[in-house]
Design a protein around this ligand. Structure first.
Ligand SMILES: O=C[C@H](O)[C@H](O)COP(=O)(O)O
Ligand SMILES: C=C(OP(=O)(O)O)C(=O)O
Length: 374
C-alpha cells in the first residue's frame, strides 16, 4: 500500500483543474492532504481473528447480552485503562485481570476496557490508532495494526475486550474482536453514532450526556435498535450506502455530568423509571469514573463501594460497572521518561485498589443473590 500524500483536487467553476490555491476553489480549503488507507479486508487478512478467538467473542457477547437483558444475575465489569498507549503494559494488565476474572467467573462477567479512540473536550492525544507514536506523527496504519494485534493478544489470554467507537469508519478494522462497545458522552446524541451502533454486532452502552442528561442515552438506545441507511465504507474500503437491521442489545451508562454524579440510589431509580417509560429493559451500567468520581481515581473506589452496596441491597437494575484502572495509580503527561503502566489520559485506580474493588463487587453479587433468595 503506497503511503503517498495527494493534494486535494483543485478545480475552477467550469470543472477545469486549476492547481492548488486558485481563486474560485470552494472545497478542501482547509485540507492539506489525503493518504490512501489500508482496507478493512486487507487488515483482517493480515491479522485474522481465527475460530478460537471468534468463539470467545461470540460466547462473551452472549454473556454480556444475557446480563444486560436480566437473564443472568452476574455483574458485567468493564475494567481497564482509560486509554491504551503501551501494548506491553496493557498485556501485563490483561494477564493479571484474567486470573481475577477466572476466580470470580460465577459472579462477574469481566471485559477488559481496551480503548484506542479518545474523544477530547478540546484538544489532546486522540489515542493509539490516531497517533501510536504519541508524538504527533499520526501513523494511522501503524496504529490500526498495533491496536488489532493487541486485541488479538488479549483474546489469546482469554479475556474479552470492550472499546469505545468514536470514528464511524474505524470499527470495520477491529469490531470483529470486540465483545462490548461504548458510545461516549460527547457522541451519544450524534445520529452518526446511533446509526453506527445500529449495525454493530455486540451489545453497546450509551453514556449519558456530559451535562448529565440521561434522556439522550435512552433516546440513543431506542434509535440504535432501529434499522438505518447511511454513508459508510464496505470491507474493501469503498464508499458505501450501509443498511443496518438495528441492534437490540443497547443500554444506558450513568457517568455523571456537570450537574454532579448520578450513581446514587435515587439517580439509579430515576434512570430505571425512564427506561421503563420507554419500554426498555430496566438494567443499566454505572461508570464509577468520569463525572461520577470527578475524575479523581481515589474517589472511584468510593463510588464503586457505594454501587456495590446498592447491588448487595438487591438492586437488580444495576447490570454492570465500569472502572478505569491500570497497573500504577494516577495519570501522567506524555513525554520522555514515562512511568510504565500509568495512564496518559484520565487518572486510573492502580491494580491493588482495583483487585479490592473487584472483590467487593463479586461479594455484592453473592449478597444480591442471597437477598433475592431470602
Ligand atoms: O475518558 C477520557 C476523557 O475523560 C475524555 O476523553 C475527555 O478527556 P479530556 O477532557 O481530557 O479531553
Ligand atoms: C471518554 C470516556 O467517557 P465519557 O464519554 O463518559 O467522557 C471514556 O469512557 O473513556
Amino acid at each position: 500500500m503506497p503511503e503517498m500524500t495527494t493534494q486535494p483536487a483543485q478545480a475552477d467553476a467550469t470543472g477545469n483543474d486549476t492547481g492548488a490555491g486558485s481563486a474560485g476553489q470552494t472545497s478542501d480549503l482547509h485540507v492539506s492532504g489525503f493518504q490512501p488507507l489500508i482496507s478493512p479486508r486487507e487488515l483482517l487478512e493480515e491479522l485474522p481473528l481465527g475460530e478460537r478467538r471468534a468463539a470467545l467473542v461470540r460466547d462473551s457477547r452472549d454473556a454480556v447480552r444475557r446480563v444486560m437483558a436480566g437473564e443472568d444475575d452476574r455483574l458485567l465489569v468493564v475494567v481497564g485503562p482509560c486509554s491504551v498507549h503501551d501494548p506491553a503494559a496493557a498485556l501485563d494488565y490483561a494477564r493479571r485481570l484474567k486470573a481475577f476474572a477466572d476466580d470470580n467467573r460465577d459472579e462477574l462477567v469481566v471485559v477488559m476496557r481496551v480503548y484506542f479512540e479518545k474523544p477530547r473536550t478540546t484538544l489532546g492525544w486522540k489515542g493509539l490508532i490516531n497517533d501510536p507514536g504519541l508524538d504527533g506523527t499520526y501513523d494511522i496504519h501503524r496504529g490500526l495494526r498495533t491496536a488489532r494485534q493487541l486485541l488479538l493478544d488479549i483474546l489469546d489470554i482469554g479475556l474479552p475486550v470492550g472499546c469505545e467507537f468514536l470514528d464511524p469508519t474505524s470499527p470495520q478494522y477491529i469490531a470483529d474482536t470486540v465483545t462490548w462497545g461504548a458510545i461516549g458522552a460527547r457522541t451519544t446524541e450524534s445520529q452518526v453514532h446511533r446509526q453506527l451502533a445500529s449495525g454493530l454486532s455486540m451489545p453497546v452502552g450509551f453514556k449519558n450526556a456530559t451535562d448529565g442528561d440521561v434522556q439522550v442515552a435512552v433516546d440513543a438506545s431506542r434509535a440504535a435498535r432501529s434499522n438505518h441507511v447511511f454513508f459508510g465504507i464496505d470491507d474493501a474500503g469503498r464508499a458505501a450506502i450501509v443498511t443496518t437491521t438495528g441492534n437490540p442489545d443497547c443500554h444506558v451508562i450513568l457517568r455523571g455530568g456537570t450537574r454532579g454524579p448520578n450513581y446514587g440510589d435515587g439517580d439509579v431509580a430515576d434512570a430505571l423509571k425512564l427506561l421503563e417509560k420507554h419500554g426498555l429493559v430496566q438494567r443499566l451500567v454505572i461508570d464509577a469514573s468520569h463525572a461520577n468520581s470527578g475524575k479523581d481515581h481515589v474517589r472511584q473506589a468510593v463510588v464503586a463501594a457505594e454501587v456495590a452496596e446498592q447491588v448487595a441491597g438487591g438492586q437488580a437494575g444495576i447490570g454492570g460497572v465500569m472502572l478505569e484502572s491500570f497497573l500504577v495509580p494516577g495519570r501522567q503527561e506524555i513525554g520522555p521518561d514515562m512511568t510504565y503502566g500509568q495512564s496518559v489520559t484520565d487518572a486510573c485506580m492502580g491494580w491493588d485498589t482495583t483487585s479490592g474493588v473487584l472483590d467487593a463487587l463479586a461479594d455484592s453479587v453473592r449478597e444480591r443473590r442471597a437477598t433475592a433468595g431470602a
